[in-house]
Ligand binder design. Structure first.
Ligand code: ADP
Ligand code: MG
Length: 139
């Protein structure tokens, strides 16, 4: 079933100049970009996005990281897009990520791990509307 997921190419990956490589991986996997924005999140925008993690010990550091430089946020569409993107990303900790995954290739550590992907239909809906309110999503 075709569905949509939210992906973020995080500030570490933008700094490493691997935006193109990461988008190529999405397209090769059949995940079609249907909306793309580049933005430098304020700390409060990062805090709102990651509100579900606000009790975690790494929350402050995570929000500092996500607001440390520009990021690319995308809506990806395709069959089983949410799981497909999670598989493509690899484990949260790049050291534990499978060979061939984005985090294995471009992640530095469990925090600076190159990409974000929604983890359920509910979070995808929240996350897409967080960064793409309105009509700027294509088919
Ligand atoms: P994922 O991004 O794989 O869904 P989580 O939702 O658990 O992982 O965490 C959100 C983000 O918080 C991670 O992608 C990573 O950047 C950061 N993070 C997760 N766990 C840790 C940790 N133990 N220490 C520092 N940062 C972390
Ligand atoms: Mg998560």
């Amino acid at each position: 079933m075709s569905e949509r997921t939210l992906a973020i190419i995080k500030p570490d990956a933008v700094k490493k100049q691997v935006i193109g490589d990461i988008i190529h991986r999405y397209e090769q996997a059949g995940l079609k970009p249907v909306a793309i924005r580049m933005l430098h999140m304020s700390k409060s925008v990062a805090e709102g996005f990651y509100a579900v993690h606000n009790a975690r010990p790494f929350f402050g550091s995570l929000c500092d990281f996500m607001s440390s430089g520009p990021a690319v946020v995308l809506v990806l569409q395709g069959d089983n897009a949410i799981k497909k993107n999670r598989d493509l990303m690899g484990a949260t900790d790049p050291a534990k990520a499978d060979a061939g995954t984005i985090r294995k290739a471009h992640g530095t550590n469990i925090e600076f791990n190159a990409v974000h992907g929604s983890d359920s239909p509910e979070t995808a809906q929240f996350e897409i509307s967080y960064f793409f309110p309105g009509q700027d999503i294509f088919q």
